[in-house]
Design a binder for this molecule. Structure first.
Ligand SMILES: *Cc1c(COP(=O)(O)O)cnc(C)c1O
Length: 488
């Protein structure tokens, strides 16, 4: 759709046209002036477009079509696990018994909902190999912060006030050093080696008596499994530190390996990624945190418990870090995750990681002749390419990402992780068909050929989208954030 076809809602405005009809008022009315303070009363009529219902419908429908979602096309955004979100989850989340209850209700009136939460906690304990799980944190980064606050409380309870450092690999997701900093620690970087794994010698060098924790995701953010995880766990534990597992990459190991068995003490999960809560665009997430027994006294309160077939909230928890979220977490996302887990079953969850890993390896091997592959071993659920060959021809990774839009694809994550030049991080997920993977690879190969033969086609992309290439500098310096009527 061309820009000029877009219904400009202000321009369609006709004085007196409405998009609603209300019945005549049959109760006494009160003049607002008599009940509201003058300060709160509008001096001028709001400048809103006056349009019909059909016009406003077309406006919003046109707006919605400008979006790309996993329901409209392939979305290989690395580290984000943009898999299909089954619609059965939505049906279950909308059941009145779940959607019409209120968090202030007495626990005895919502035993079914609490039972679902308790079951989900128990299942996640089994999946992660942790002792106790809380569903409170609202998303991944919030789970990271919650976990680190517990590690902090643990060290302080031992009189260990000098453990101020959290070690984070240079390939880590940006939220890791950020959460460490917000939790009051100093983030210390450990280098990756030439195979993209944590450099054990460098780890030994940075670990000391001030180490509070090592934060890690395994497979790491390059999609590579940290083969020496047990040795790393021993190094950290010997120094008195704890191991924190960023569980956003669980899609790669679901049903096959458990962070608890690798030596981790705290785990957060991104239910909105691995367990199909729809995400992207800032929707609600859920970032449950699991801990080993030694850390469970510090879990947020209240903690959901079960006694004699009754579910209740344990409020008295003297060593708890306190509440981290109002009420009990993002319940609706937890219902969706629970539905997903129960429909997949244990065997189905194993298939998830198998297909996620096979899909990623298939694409990686098809692409490695055309794009630089910095780490050549098998990957897990995602892989990182480098656009450095194309950059030599004057085509940047940003250009490649923009060109992919012309093919109807969401681009991979680009310029991340930061330890790879011109990085492109591709995560196909398990829900895509082979034809889709092939079509995306073919588009990537075509773009690489264009970089050699007609670089302008890539440099000036996208050519088919509603909004064409932005002037990045002006967009950053003088952003136009709202529609401006009659303004230049
Ligand atoms: C997505 C992600 C996070 C952050 O999760 P949010 O829910 O977005 O806060 C942390 N670590 C990794 C590796 C991730 O992919």
């Amino acid at each position: 759709m061309a820009e000029q076809d877009f219904p400009l809602i202000f321009e369609h405005s006709q004085s007196g046209r409405t998009g609603y009809s209300l019945p005549e008022m049959d109760i006494p009315t009160t003049d607002v002036d008599t009940i509201l303070d003058e300060r709160y009363i509008r001096q001028n009529e709001p400048d809103l477009p006056e349009v019909s219902e059909l016009q406003i419908m077309r406006h919003y429908t046109a707006l919605s079509k400008r979006n790309h979602g996993v329901d409209s096309g392939f979305y290989p955004l690395g580290s984000c696990t943009m898999k299909y979100n089954p619609k059965m989850n939505e049906d279950v989340a909308r059941l009145p018994g779940f959607s019409h209850i209120h968090p202030y209700q007495a626990p005895e009136t919502i035993q079914g909902a609490l039972g679902l939460m308790y079951d989900l906690q128990t299942i996640l304990e089994e999946i992660t190999g942790m002792d106790t799980v809380t569903l409170q944190p609202a998303a991944g980064a919030h789970g990271e912060w919650t976990g680190l606050m517990m590690i902090r409380a643990f060290h302080e309870a031992n009189g260990d006030y000098n453990r101020t450092k959290v070690i984070v690999p240079d390939s880590a997701h940006g939220t890791n050093p950020a959460s460490a900093t917000v939790a009051g620690f100093q983030a210390v970087t450990v280098k990756s080696n030439e195979r993209g794994l944590v450099d054990l010698e460098d780890l030994k060098r940075v670990v000391d008596k001030d180490t509070a924790a090592l934060m890690l995701t395994n497979p790491n953010t390059l999609g590579l499994f940290e083969e020496h995880i047990l040795e790393m766990a021993a190094i950290i534990h010997e120094a008195g530190g704890k191991l924190y597992y960023d569980g956003a990459n669980l899609n790669a190991i679901l049903g096959y390996a458990r962070p608890g068995d690798m030596g981790f003490d705290v785990v957060h999960l991104n239910l909105h990624k691995t367990f199909t809560g729809p995400h992207g665009g800032g929707g609600p997430g859920s970032g449950p945190v699991g801990v080993v027994k030694e850390l469970s006294p510090y879990l947020p309160k209240p903690l959901l418990k079960k006694e004699n077939e009754t579910f209740y909230f344990e409020e008295t928890r003297p060593q708890s870090i306190g509440r981290v979220k109002p009420y009990y977490g993002n319940f609706g996302i937890n219902v969706r995750a629970y539905t997903y887990i129960r429909t997949m079953g244990a065997e189905g969850l194993k298939r998830v990681s198998e297909y996620a890993v096979i899909n990623a390896n298939y694409m990686m091997r098809r692409l490695q002749d055309e794009y630089a592959l910095p780490f050549t071993q098998h990957c897990k659920h995602e892989f990182v390419l480098s656009g450095k060959y194309q950059k030599k021809m004057g085509v940047r990774t940003l250009d490649i990402a923009k060109r992919l839009l012309d093919f109807g694809y969401h681009p991979p994550t680009i310029y991340f992780p930061m330890n790879v030049e011109e990085a492109m991080m591709v995560e196909p997920t398990e829900t895509e068909a082979k034809e889709t993977l092939d079509a995306f690879v073919d588009a990537m190969i075509q773009i690489s050929n264009e970089a050699k033969e007609e670089p302008e086609t890539v440099q000036e992309a996208p050519h088919t989208t509603v909004v064409s290439r932005m002037d990045e500098t002006t967009a950053a310096r003088k952003p136009v954030l709202r529609y401006m009527k009659n303004e230049e």
